[in-house]
Ligand binder design. Structure first.
Ligand code: NAD
Length: 476
């Protein structure tokens, strides 16, 4: 079975209306390799219109009370919630994920993130400062936020940017990835009546659109999630107009299993942390370090579990892992695999691809104790290609785990809470998990160290990241 081309229209949302474009881009279903739909390919004048609409809407939106904005956003969320089945179905097709994971992604926003966001509030602080008088410190919205999201969690990573930016009083121009624009465009179409015109603009376009946004004079901030390589370009482009940037970038997360840890209770969680979404997660566990005495038992259990997991089309109920979302990403993985083979690295396990399919598949692949400094261990693999490595001493494990340009997430696994707490403090990352990996929560700030990012999202810190600080100092 494969999905025919979708009989649906997808439109930009600009100034509260559908904005027609002269050109359209093809969107592929990665499970079949076939065309799924077309999406608008906006031109520069379309971006100018979106930015102007957001700028025009800003004064009134930012002057609303927090409660009024909150009420409007609650309406948006109610509409999104009414359309969970439709949005999830689109995500299955364009994202190449199972119906269960697609629904989880949409509901993560509508049922977990949004309700907790609506409980948050930035409050003023006030005190008497000797020599200065009455001091009031407030966080004020900046203006227009340009939100740029990647293809791996297109719905989640678009709305976790847009909704907090709107709540604090900014207006938004949101751009989904050209590989996965459909769910976000559909959602925008559905919620357009719930917000004043121009407050949220959603636009889809090709490779030039991101650079146009990051250099656009009407945008005050760029909230970007994507690769470190693109993040550097965003930061460079933002300099000319001195934009604020929030950069949520790539990762090559290590996990350390402490000596003497029983593998059986953790092996399924380890596998999920490594291979969820076919390994296309920024905070996936990508380098696993295991004590040499435990290595054979743990890898045996991991491989035994891997053998029960199959790669297949998103709509195939027997598939635990779906396709790679787009062809350039698949080609990157295949190039890495060719290099690994040339290097003579040992392989613990390499699964199968579905037969007779034109879908974009890469098999589950586990490398057997490759050198920690091999280029293919040091770089981020955004797909089901992972390394398990031996260590002799914990000191060596921490050194190797921290010897990375990235610092997004990390984890330690074991049984003794004291030992685990001490070990967790040795790891250089924005989030360090204990006996888990890849969990984020709307109330808990999240951001990367080193080349994994600048700034944070989620929680009160995430709201502050979208604001300027204003101080009023009064002497009466
Ligand atoms: P990408 O950097 O190729 O693209 C991300 C977005 O940026 C897309 O919308 C793209 O169109 C746009 N873009 C491309 N070039 C641009 C430019 N010069 N200026 C502005 N925008 C531009 O990333 P991707 O392949 O879509 O996503 C995978 C990467 O994202 C991985 O490295 C992954 O680790 C990272 N990621 C990070 C997080 C996080 O929270 N830290 C979350 C998810 C994904």
């Amino acid at each position: 079975m494969h999905q025919a081309k979708l009989d649906l229209g997808f439109f930009n949302l600009v100034a509260g209306r559908r904005l027609p474009t002269d050109n359209r881009m093809m969107v592929i279903d990665p499970s079949t390799g076939l065309e799924l739909a077309t999406a608008p390919d906006i031109d520069r004048s379309g971006l100018d219109a979106a930015a102007a609409a957001a700028r025009t809407a800003f004064p009134e939106w930012s002057m609303l009370t927090w409660a009024d904005r909150r009420a409007r956003i609650a309406e948006v969320i109610a509409v999104l919630r009414d359309h969970v089945p439709e949005l999830s179905a689109l995500l299955v097709l364009e994202g190449g994920r199972s119906p269960a994971i697609a629904e989880w992604e949409v509901r993560w926003v509508t049922d977990l993130f949004a309700p907790l966001l609506l409980e948050q509030r930035l409050s003023e602080q006030e005190w008497h400062q000797e020599g200065m008088g009455r001091v009031i410190q407030r966080h004020v919205p900046r203006g227009v936020v340009g939100a740029i999201s990647p293809w791996n969690l297109p719905f989640m990573l678009s709305f976790v940017k847009a909704l907090p930016a709107l709540l604090v009083g900014n207006t938004v121009v949101l751009k989904p990835s050209p590989y996965t624009p459909l769910t976000v465009l559909r959602a925008a179409d559905r919620i357009s009546a719930a917000l004043p015109a121009g407050v949220l603009n959603v636009i889809s376009g090709g490779d030039e659109l991101g650079p146009w946004m990051t250099s656009h004079p009407d945008l005050e901030q760029i909230s970007f999630t994507g690769s470190t390589q693109t993040g550097r370009r965003v930061l460079g482009a933002a300099a000319a107009t001195l934009k604020h940037v929030t950069l949520e970038l790539g990762g090559n997360d290590p996990g350390i299993v402490l000596p003497g840890t029983d593998p059986l209770p953790i092996v399924e969680r380890l596998f999920q942390s490594m291979f969820m979404l076919s390994g296309q997660t920024c905070i996936g566990l990508k380098r696993l370090y295991v004590h040499e005495a435990d290595y054979d038992a743990l890898t045996r259990a991991l491989v035994a579990h891997a053998r029960t997991q199959h790669v297949g089309a998103a709509f195939d109920p027997s598939a635990a892992l779906g396709p790679i979302q787009n062809l350039p990403q698949l080609l990157r993985l295949e190039a890495a695999w060719a290099e690994i083979q040339r290097s003579g690295a040992r392989v613990l396990y390499r699964g199968d691809n579905p037969r007779d399919s034109r879908g974009l598949f890469f098999p589950i692949t586990l490398l057997d104790d490759p050198p920690s400094d091999a280029p293919y261990v040091r770089e981020e693999h955004f797909g089901p290609l992972r390394s398990v490595m031996k260590y002799r001493t914990l000191e060596e494990a921490f050194l190797k785990a921290n010897d990375s340009a990235y610092g997004l997430g990390a984890s330690v696994w074991g049984q003794d809470p004291l030992f685990l707490d001490t070990a967790a403090r040795q790891l250089e990352a924005g989030t360090v998990w204990i006996n888990q990996h890849m969990l984020t929560h709307p109330s808990v700030p999240f951001g990367g160290h080193k080349d994994s990012g600048i700034g944070v999202m989620y929680g009160i810190e995430g709201l502050r990241d979208l604001c300027d600080l204003r101080v009023i100092a009064a002497r009466y």
